[in-house]
Design a protein around this ligand. Sequence first.
Ligand code: ZN
Length: 231
Amino acid sequence: MNVSPRFVPNEPNVFRADGGFSQDASRLPVSIRCPHCRELGSFNAIGAAKAFNKPGKVGGNTVIGTYFATIRVCPNLKCFGLVFVIEAGNGVVEIEPPQLLDFNPDGLSPRLQQTLKEAVACHAAGAYRAAAMMVRRLLEEICDENKAAGANLHQRLASLRSAIVLPEPLFEAMNELKALGNDAAHIEAKVYDNIGADEAEDSIELAKEIVKALYQLKGLIARLQARKAAP
Ligand SMILES: [Zn+2]
């Protein structure tokens, strides 16, 4: 999911020695989770790529590397969203707007949808602690919507156990997400040493499982039952 920077030495036969934009080059499709529609697709370049040289580090040395910039289009017929992609010779370096984790908004209240959407946007922008804080907010909202009261989130999550039916591991997940969100919000991290891309992505994935079990399974079952033939 995450795009890590890669760098290759210059390809001198193809590009200008003085850096800057150079001649056009064709590029292969790139697999991207669309930042506009969240579908996964093979994005083709619109027209040729622009190649350019710029300095980068290889093994501690600064060398000029070659990069390719393309405007690409989402293949989803309902979207056709545009993204800007920078590639090095051996892979994608940057995608703008950034790729988004997918999530299903079906069955969620508008505010839960908005909070999960913000968590995903924070993750995509590299704001991992902000993503963990949004997931914690999602827990607060789930407690509120299910009338789980208490002096703090710990107590509200305890009271949520008697208000809703969920598999035990998902209740445990909520406590972990609460701890992660606390550490993200406070200067002195107590439970988690680091909140990076992986922790933020895992917290969003767990949040998705929680809302799926709470709000989305019932809708799926109801839709299936509605298709039964009349007895
Ligand atoms: Zn799209």
